[in-house]
Design a binder for this molecule. Sequence first.
Ligand code: GLA
Length: 389
Amino acid sequence: MNDLLINKTTAFFQETFGRAPEKIVLSPGRINIIGEHVDYNDGYVLPAAIDKIICFAFEKNYTNKSKIIAIDLDDSFEVDLTTDMELTDNVWTNYLRGVINQLKSKGFKFDGFNCVFSSNIPVGSGLSSSAALECGFLFGINELFDLKIKPVDIALMGQSAEHWVGINCGIMDQFSSVMGLENKVIKIDCKTLEFEYHDANFSDYSLILFDSNVKHSLMTSAYNERRQQCEEGIAIIKNNFPEITSFRDCNEQQVLGLQNLMSANVFKRCLFVVKEINRVKQACEALDSGKIEVLGQLMFETHEGLSKDYEVSCAELDMIVDTLKKEEAVVGSRLMGGGFGGCTINLIKKGHEEAIKKKLSALYFDTFGIELKIYDVKIGNGTSLYKNN
Ligand code: GLA
């Protein structure tokens, strides 16, 4: 599937510019096993890069301008690199303008280039197509002009580009897109950015994504609001327990004891964050020791928390998880990513995948009149050069 994408992107580049590209970059989307909405709360997360990617083709053009073409959108834009970047109404271009803005503001020197790209990462499904876009684009410019930016800094600058566009996201998506490794999940300490790879061995279970195929428009504002509520919460916690420096030092009892000092929402958000940080630690141990049923149970608990306490779920995602919870062959299921639509991540006993897919799709369509989308993802490598050139 990715060979087709690479051929298509390269051929398009050749037809448009009359030459083969100088660099081809592949940049993946991500899944997250567990650890949701804790990356911006100094927690731990357990994501992995996947085999759905954006393919970019680049060349230098020896001018001060860059031309960038999105093949799938049949759209393009040009920027004069000597001017300041500004946000526009054409949202996809803003992620790339954000990257250029980052490079310029950090003093990196580079000239004009041409870039075309095409993707098989579903957009708006919680698979971080925007992180793949930012990091792949930045990676390509870094290679083209030999800027010597380290992988972790590519992730951090990608995150800053996303902030510039308007979502005050954590580091998980960009970090996993850049640092992913085939068949490994990454445990990231989002406070220190230390990380370790763990085998993604789900033994008798298959990892399958069910995409609700809905995207509720609340996402950006609600996301930023959750982040603010957590900042409010941790400030109250620190005031009362001076020894606590972040959510990871805090236990449930301490949050419960502060209920009267917090608004109902801030209290619920804090309780979720503290529990979720602990779940990630347990989940990682369960994965390492092959206790996939334990991992699955923790995933169900995460969903419950995201739905009731963090309030980032929606009727469609709840329906998927509630339905699957009743299936003996489904050991874990939860909404994945920011929420308000997008995918659930599910662990299904091998041999039962097709029956569950069929049953859920029919029920989902009957309930919402919406087609369920299904992805069997593989865990792949992070952003890299395609070595065929
Ligand atoms: C989005 C953000 C991430 C993370 C998740 C929720 O994907 O980009 O930084 O906060 O939501 O876990």
